[in-house]
Structure formats: C-alpha cells, structure tokens
Design a protein around this ligand. Structure first.
Ligand code: NAD
Length: 290
C-alpha cells in the first residue's frame, strides 16, 4: 500500500518504520524529526500525501492536526483514508473528519495506547472512530503497528474512548500512589501492600502492571528513577482533554477534575515535568497532610 506518514516523533517514527518493514511504500514528512529507516522523505505534508492510499498523522495536538489537515486534504486522492493516530480533542477529530468527508475522503480517528515501547514493538492498541469500510481497509495496518484495534463507532469515538481510558488511569494512579504513601506512614511494608492489593479489590493496571513503588511488582519506570514511560505532562494533556470533553457535554466528572488539577500542580508548580506519571508516589511521600 502507498502510505504517507506525517509526524515522525517518538511515536510516529517507530510506527512508520514498522509499516515500511512490513513491505509498505511509506513516504514521510516532519517539520523537525529525521526520517526513520525505510521511509522516503517528502518536502511537504502535501507532497507526501499526493497519491497515497492512506495518510497517517501522529501529531502533538488538535490545532496542529487541523493545520496539517488543511494542507493534506486538498492533495489527497478521493477515496483515500486520512488516519489520525494522535491524541486530540473530540471536536478537532470530528471537524477534520467532516472536512475530509466533504472532500470525498474517508477519515478515521485512531488514538493509541501502549506508549513508545508499544509503538516500537508493534503492540499498540488502537481505538478507532469513523466509517466501518475505512476501518476494515485500515485494519491490516493496525495489525502491523499494534496488537489490538477496537472499532468504537462514528468519528470522534476513538478519541472519546482514549480520554475516558486515560481519565481512569490518572485517577487510579493517584489513588495507588496516595495509598502507598499512607501505608508507609502506617508502617505497612510495600511488598505486603502490593501482595494484598494486587490480588484484592483495590487492584488496577496502575498497581498490578505499572506499580509506582520501586522494587515492587513487575519492572516499571519506578525502577528506573521514574524516567518516562508515560510522562506526567502527557497525562496532564489527556486529563485536560477529558475535562474539555466533559464540559462540552455537561458531564459530571469530579475525580477527573481532581486528577487534572493534581497533575497540573505536579507538572507546572512542582518538579513533575519530565518525570513518569507514576512519580506521584515520591510526591506524596514528601508531603504532609494537605
Ligand atoms: P512528539 O512530539 O515526539 O512527535 C510529534 C512530531 O510531530 C514531532 O516530530 C514534530 O516535529 C512533528 N510535527 C509538529 N508539527 C508538525 C507539522 N505541522 N507537520 C509535520 N510534522 C509536525 O510526540 P509523540 O510522543 O510522538 O506523540 C504524538 C501523539 O501521540 C500525541 O498526540 C500524543 O499525545 C500521542 N501519544 C503519545 C504517547 C507517548 O507515550 N509518547 C502515547 C500515546 C499517545
């Protein structure tokens, strides 16, 4: 398949490399990043998109996605698919999909879970919104870049699934970290805490798979000085998107609000920037009851 790949940063580069390694004809464009192995360089996003059957975008935010969409949509061949894998606000995803549809294109929003490690290993999970026929055409590409794709419904529903998932993740990570800090002060050994909670009703992905306590549970960023992993500022981005979406549909999400505010404080007023989002545990350890 002839594929254009726009946005070859931490996530896009390994995803594009995996598509090329699987035998696809991949042309890339990025305003700053170098081309990964096997990807031909184009001079502009529009040049990369010309003649492509699928144009994949993996960009920082909704404003940049809208700007890139303005450039590539007029260059794309009718019937081609615009496949956005970035995490953006639901409104931008739906606006870009409508713009693509008006131009005779098919659009999918397909944000991912799995991080840089998953992008590298080709084990991402894709949450996909958009027309069924486009989803079925793109499915072989999801199978190369990931291990699971879920079709979540019409345009924007992939982003809706992503921000709901990450709102749960932010909330459970904070709850897990504050519980460890409380357990410490109560004199409960961290290994005992993990052994109980990971097999009891307090279990979650944050505890069982990504334990924020160093030396406890499976290997995680806590065992590597809290180097990300999934950076606290990316969690803050997703929590802000979840609250933007909640406001737009008048949904009551008090735990999501609290998680957003705590990550904002951690990243913007404390020392959280550049650390993994599980570094909430050393943050709570240091703090008196607030
Ligand atoms: P990144 O900043 O490493 O990569 C983004 C790339 O887009 C950069 O190389 C940048 O130069 C390029 N870019 C910016 N504007 C451009 C333009 N106008 N035209 C072409 N290229 C442009 O970010 P990332 O970590 O690869 O994340 C990409 C997306 O994936 C984000 O939406 C992020 O929220 C999401 N995401 C990231 C992770 C993660 O762990 N890093 C996990 C899941 C989802």
């Amino acid at each position: 398949m002839k594929i254009a790949f726009i946005g070859l940063g931490n996530m896009g580069a390994p995803m594009a490399r995996n598509l090329a390694a699987a035998g696809h004809d991949v042309t890339g464009f990025d305003t700053a990043a170098p081309m990964p192995d096997g990807v031909a360089a184009a001079d502009s996003a529009a040049a990369a998109a010309t003649g492509a059957e699928v144009v994949v975008t993996m960009l920082p935010d909704g404003a940049i996605l809208r700007a890139v969409a303005d450039e590539v949509i007029p260059a794309m061949t009718p019937g081609a698919i615009l496949l956005d894998c970035s995490t953006v606000d639901v409104d931008s995803a739906r606006a870009v999909a409508a713009q693509a549809s008006d131009a005779g294109l098919l659009a999918l929003d397909a944000p991912v879970s799995g991080g840089v490690g998953g992008a590298d290993a080709g084990t991402l999970t894709f949450m996909v919104g958009g027309p069924e026929d486009a989803y079925l055409t793109a499915k072989p590409l999801f199978e190369i870049m990931g291990q699971k794709a879920v079709h979540c419904g019409p345009s924007g529903n992939g982003q809706a699934a992503k921000i709901c998932n990450n709102m749960i993740l932010g909330v459970t990570m904070i709850a897990t970290c504050e519980a460890f800090a409380l357990a410490d002060k109560l004199g409960l050994d961290r290994q005992a805490m993990f052994d109980v909670v990971s097999t009891s009703s307090g279990q979650s992905w944050s505890m069982n798979t990504y334990c924020p306590a160093p030396g406890v549970g499976p290997r995680s960023p806590a065992d590597n000085g809290y180097r990300p992993g999934f950076a606290a500022e990316l969690m803050l981005k997703d929590l802000r998107l979840s609250q933007q979406a909640a406001a737009s549909v008048d949904a009551d999400t008090p735990m999501g609000v609290r998680a957003r505010d705590l990550y904002a404080q951690f990243v913007e007023a404390e020392d959280g920037r550049g650390k993994d989002f599980s570094a909430m545990l050393p943050r709570f350890e240091k703090r008196p009851r607030g």
